[in-house]
Design a protein around this ligand. Sequence first.
Ligand code: ADP
Ligand code: MG
Length: 616
Amino acid sequence: MGKISINIATGSLQPKQTIVGIDLGTTNSLVAIIHPDSRQPIVLKEVDQTTLVPSIVHFGQEGQVSVGNEAKSFLVSDPERTVFSVKRLMGKSYADVEDASSFGYEVIDDGLENLVKIKVDDTFYTPIELSSFIHKSLKQRAEHLLKTPVTQAVITVPAYFNDTQRQATRDAGKLAGLDVLRIVNEPTAASLAYGIGLRPDEEKTIAVYDLGGGTFDISILQISGGVFEVLSTHGDTYLGGDDLDKAIVNSWQAEHALGARVSTDKAFGQSLRLLAEQAKKELSERDRFDTDFEGYKLRITREAFNGLAAPLIDKTIKACDMALRDAGLAPGAIDAVVMVGGSTRVPAVKEAVSRFFGKPVSDEVNPDEVVALGAAIQADILAGNNKDVLLLDITPLSLGIETMGGLMDVLIPRNAKIPTRAGRQYTTQKDGQSGMRISVFQGERDLVKDNRKLAEFNLAGIPGMPAGLPKVEVSFLINADGILVVKAKELRSGVEQSIEVKPQYGLTDAEVESMLLDSIQHAKDDMQTRALVEAQTEARQLIETTRSFLSKNGSMLDSSERAETEGAINGLESRLETATKDELQHAITHLNDISRPYAERVMDEAIRTAMKGRKI
Ligand code: ADP
Ligand code: MG
């Protein structure tokens, strides 16, 4: 590393600052750079340490914080003060955390913000703060090796991370003193590490299969003309190597009746977990694992392990199938299958994936390091050293706002390429209306109540104008990090308001999937409901404008016209909620037919008066 040490004392020769690439994993984190001489991406490591920094934070009794391998040793001796898998908690509410008891440390639901906190002794930590300790440690590692301050980074996230989770990741970097230039999807980084997409003339469709410790992602990417496009993504943020470890622990627990001991003795439970992981790793190379632990003969064969792993592997293959279907592709259309994540070292995983896609998988780049290497390449692109590459991602669910009658008005459809922007004009429903509530929703259903609310704000201070006159332009901007900014502006007055959407908590992939399924199952009902709601909205507006017309111009109508109009209005109003769409439309036409003759008369009269006024 001597070659890349930089003497900042001399000042004048100080080169452009290195932007580091960080893979903040559920299990392991890494920091990588492009070597300034060889121009090759390398993962940074201290002498006699691994490139992997376990994503573990330990708090000592005197408040000292340790991270990585040092912290890992406390998993057994001091589990209550040792925090692992914190990435699973990023941007999550207590309700999102399926199995809080499996964490060993205390996960707190304070009910107020709905976001989880972790309690260590008497201190509460957010997942953002905990992640920032890991970032700090990676930053220090890079600074120590590069002998220069490191303040800029690219950080990767799973493709399915939503806005809150991306935002939380960005905040964690910021808290560690890093300017986060870009949040990049892990599969995108992995393909960059394979050099895919770096040549402008390249045309390829690839699948990135990422099975780590705590998350699973499958992404289908299309690369064309130096442009990266994610065609589809599927996955599960609660599926990974940890589940394989748990399956082994459970089988040992059943075999030796260890249930009672495990539930009372946390350190014993953690030891079993670590042994199970060791067994799993050894079974990637060997046929059997045997050990003696506190008098228990713990053993497992590869065949038995494959049996335990089969349901998990099946789930990932189903997700591959769905991702291909979303992309509208057959397995044969995939040019390369890139393997990412430590768990892809399991031979049964490689076999299943290779069988599904009908070709050998690409596993030459170290699956632990591939994402960090790609992040370094992206950092280099951002530093302006590689100008041909552009990265595009997609939105997993549609984004829109609530309009009259609780309808979802989609501004950015599902699977739109990002960065993207969209805008639409809306107006007020009432005379003199000074505020407009903008409610932002995510989902595929026609009624917002079936979708998920992301944010809400009020555009206040619209100057008094008749209903329908204000022009409120609502615009959605999704930036390259996948973070949504919603802006509302009344164009006549220039009043505006914007919000960066940080939803209260995240969706699991299973939820995204079930939202999609729901929208398909309810498509017909939803269409009918939408038509009915639209008719009701139209009827309400007609009642309001006719009433306002009567109160202003009542004197110009004869009594029978007034009576007939009032009768029609009241009739329509009383049946607003019960009438069918067709009945409502009939009643609307009827009311319009009654009012048309005198409306025209009043209009003519108004014009005559106006002309009179202008007479000399
Ligand atoms: P993450 O991206 O979630 O941080 P990694 O890609 O670092 O995860 O993968 C960590 C997982 O890979 C752990 O569950 C670990 O046990 C598993 N793993 C690492 N090496 C092997 C191996 N040789 N065989 C099987 N699993 C492995
Ligand atoms: Mg990973």
